[in-house]
Design a protein around this ligand. Structure first.
Ligand code: FAD
Length: 378
């Protein structure tokens, strides 16, 4: 996106990448169909130390602008829930579109060039790769985050920023889900594979989506979203039965009769059976007689089901994280052009910057919008 914009303005553009094929993450994104944007994108869909920074670029390149590109290239797409847009056929179409657009604008692609160092040159910047050396008056760092090292992620972008004395906001893997503590791994053993609609709350941020138990923790869209907002030591709360209010759930139990086994079976109407059984085993007495179970005890059980709290041991990690939270401090950059204030001619765009989107096409929209903002300024 950046190369296209810069090339259109008449610049001579070189794109350097150490990968053998460009856009490695796009091809695996969205299950191979690339969730390339979201119908509704606002700065509230991003986590950043400066909540306002992304507004400028996002307002100048909107989802509709990218959709128009997609349509102009004849790429069929569809909308899934929460405004998420995906290709009908393949993520490769987005890659082809981007490459074609960049090439048509005159940009040249240099693959298998691992950037090892960037230095200030007499006029602009010198980029040393393991193959060659390039000099340019202006340099855009679009090297992404640390996530998915097997698809070529390196820390070079942060190293370049630090070498020009730019601050980095602490980084962490995000959109990766949670790992259980040892205690929860025992409590929740045997749940792997269970999926259900749930609400997760982290740091006051609430998401309702699908939740998946893995052998090691929580995954699924709701856990991925929640992991973006989580910091070590934070408690995570889960509502396993969001379809009912607390009063409705209380009434549901109050109108039941039966012993523990019977209640376990009836509860399968509310949550997956294995979960119902374990919750009953963990939190209901062996000699349960639901018809005579005190209201206070029912309330306590409902609370476990609708406000279950746990302390994750951590998030899953960079190997599976869709993004890296944190990055180049936005205070160091112009929100209009993405240029570093301390290093004129040096720009940072995309995921290397401390702007991290929710799950749902937001990270690509940020990549497109920040790329366009820089490209227009080169
Ligand atoms: C599995 C997965 C699925 C995802 N799905 C979605 C999705 O559906 N929708 C969405 O919005 N976001 C998704 N994301 C997030 C999205 O892919 C990223 O936020 C986005 O790609 C960031 O773009 P970028 O250009 O900043 O960095 P990247 O796309 O990561 O590109 C960085 C480039 O820099 C190159 N590079 C790195 N180090 C060096 C070096 N030393 N020398 C030379 N080149 C180097 C890499 O090879 C790479 O090509 C997904 C991420 C993953 C991992």
């Amino acid at each position: 996106m950046c190369a296209k914009a810069a090339g259109k303005r008449g610049g001579k553009v070189a794109i350097l990448d150490h990968a053998a094929k460009p856009c490695g993450k796009i091809i695996i994104s969205g299950g191979g169909r690339c969730n390339f944007t979201n119908r509704e994108v606002t700065a509230e869909n991003f986590v950043s130390a400066n909540a306002h920074f992304a507004k400028s670029a996002l307002s100048r390149f909107k989802p509709q602008d990218f959709i128009e590109m997609v349509e102009a290239h004849g790429i069929a797409y569809h909308e899934r829930k929460h405004g998420q847009l995906f290709c009908d056929a393949s993520a490769q179409q987005i890659i082809d579109m981007l490459l074609k657009s960049a090439r048509e604008a005159g940009a040249e692609l240099f693959l298998k060039n691992k950037i090892v160092k960037v230095e200030k040159a007499a006029e602009g910047y010198l980029v040393a790769t393991d193959q060659d050396a390039f000099t340019a008056k202006k340099l855009v760092v679009a090297t992404g985050g640390l996530s998915f090292p097997k698809f070529g992620a390196t820390n070079i972008g942060y190293t370049i920023a630090e070498s020009f004395k730019l601050r980095i906001i602490a980084r962490a893997p995000a959109l990766d889900g949670f790992v259980f503590s040892d205690e929860d791994r025992v409590r929740l053993e045997g749940f792997s594979g269970i999926a259900l609609d749930a609400v997760m709350t982290t740091n006051g941020v609430v998401f309702r989506e699908n939740l998946l138990f893995t052998h090691a923790g929580f995954s699924g869209p709701v856990a991925l979203q929640a992991s973006l907002h989580w910091n070590p030591g934070d408690e995570v709360r889960i509502n396993f039965i969001p379809a009912l209010t607390r009063e409705e759930l209380m009434e549901w139990f109050a109108s039941r009769k039966g012993n523990k086994l019977e209640i376990k079976n009836q509860m399968a109407a509310l949550v997956p059976k294995r979960l119902a059984e374990r919750f009953c085993d963990l939190y209901l007495p062996e000699t349960l007689d639901m018809g005579n179970y005190p209201k206070k005890e029912i309330a306590a059980f409902c609370e476990k089901l609708q406000d279950w709290r746990f302390l994750p041991a951590g998030t899953v990690g960079y190997g599976k994280a869709e993004v890296t939270r944190g990055g180049v401090d936005t205070d160091e950059l112009s929100s209009k052009t993405m240029e570093a204030k301390k290093a004129p001619g040096l720009y940072f765009i995309g995921e290397v910057v401390d702007v991290t989107g929710w799950l749902g096409g937001f990270n690509y929209q940020w990549a497109w919008a920040s790329g366009k903002a820089a490209g227009d300024a080169l």
